[in-house]
Design a protein around this ligand. Sequence first.
Ligand code: GLC
Length: 554
Amino acid sequence: MNLGEKVIYQVYPKSFYDSTGNGKGDLAGVIEKLDYIADLGVDLIWLNPFYPSPQKDNGYDISDYCAIDPTYGTMADFERLIAEAEKRGISLMLDMVLNHTSIEHEWFQKALAGDPEYQDFYYLRPAKADGSLPTNWQSKFGGPAWEKFGDTSLYYLHLYDVSQADLNWHNPKVRQALYQVINFWLAKGVKGLRFDVLNVIGKDPNFQDSQEPGSNQEKHLYTDTPIVHQWIKEMHQATFGRYDDIVTVGEMSSTDVANGIRYSNPTEQELSMIFSFHHLKVDYQDGEKWSDPEFDFIALKQILDTWQKGMSDHQGWNALFLNNHDQPRSNSRFGDVIHYPYETQTMLATAIQCLRGTPYIYQGEEIGMTDPGYQSIDDYVDVETLNHYQILQEKGYPIEKIMNIIRKKSRDNSRTPMQWDSSKHAGFTKGTPWLKVADNYQTINVERARKEGKIYKYYQDLIQLRKDYPIIQEGSYQGIQLDHPQIMAYERQYQGQFLLVVNNFYAQPSKLMLPSKYLDKSSQKLIGNGPLQFLTEEIMLQSYETAVFLLKDG
Ligand code: GLC
């Protein structure tokens, strides 16, 4: 399978299109908008979870793995979605949330009712001799990672929300049950699988205290443990490895290149590719997400470079992305959406999509949707955001500072309803949207983007470019002048040709000296958003300008 040729579009169903008027998007809504997605030229749609769920973490708290939550529709809708997508040459990638279930899942409920078989599906542990929690670990959403298990003297582990109980993968019955879930969806014709937080499934059952609660040291106690590779290989064999056309991607929290290679090098028989997140932590103060420093541009380039080179040298494969449902919008984060909305969005798209890997586009980025900049905490609904609103107050931060941080970092930034047109609620729903629409929907919306906007057209062209040029699909990667304070430049190389990709990440125009090896060749500009046309010893890039050149002998 040629992974380098594929482009994946992420749909967050709850916020995509509401066909019923209940304020939440649904599967029938995705079907209605399939032509729009198909027009972009993508190959797969990754759908965030739509399974039955109490929605404590927007569907990542699953209470039944093999059904459809009624707010999203029915199994018949899902089957129609697969068929309609296939008609348009698009396959579906589903989210597999196998690290934890909702505490409302039947397995957890049976465990609570005292069934020992199901109690062994989770990590249940007694308090320490001194009465304190089994370990001092922190939940990733804030607060301790252990919660009292019913009215027993035990505690259950939850690395995420208290409603998301971690499954005990050491129990072979758990693994078999999860493989059945995967096979259930594969039998329906699903061609892609995105595995949620997959590299934290291998907890050491002799739970050890962390020396520094909430730190990286703590994460290492349960992240990328050797047994994770063993279990992914087992899962591969028992499920998607039986087919030859399934695209898989593991969401790997705090991983490293060495593990990334093992997860994605085809000879390992684990996954097609991985998401890593280090490049999106460049606006964390000392590793702390809930802070709001300027982003560190040099670090962004260095991290992308390390992953590009490392994975390329050892046949690993990266998922390429700057946006998803957990991240603020990258244009609001790394650019200027007020003065240079077109330049910012197209530059970021080019910088990330021309790298070596498989690009993911998150709904709305193709029209330049931005963070909503809500004024009141009451507009936010995400559990992580609301928890940190409390935690930051307990730390003594003034409310204004807390709100500034939340406006920048909240996961709700990307989850606002898709902006379809300039009618009420951006045409997303006829009812009241579950999350407020961004105020700028009258200028930023699909209808306008298709009629007069340039961003959408640019995305179409960029996607087509990947289809047309094997150098983008398969070329090696080499960074250029990583210490340049404004420009991200890199080359790709393939069968004696070069692709040169240059991106100015700032409004201030900036110069780049080019090595002579490019100047001896004939060059052709393939895409760009600004005036630069020819390569000379020194090139000048305007505000947020991007350009891609193909260089050949002769
Ligand atoms: C992943 C998901 C995120 C979810 C978390 C727990 O990081 O992308 O949305 O909250 O896992 O399932």
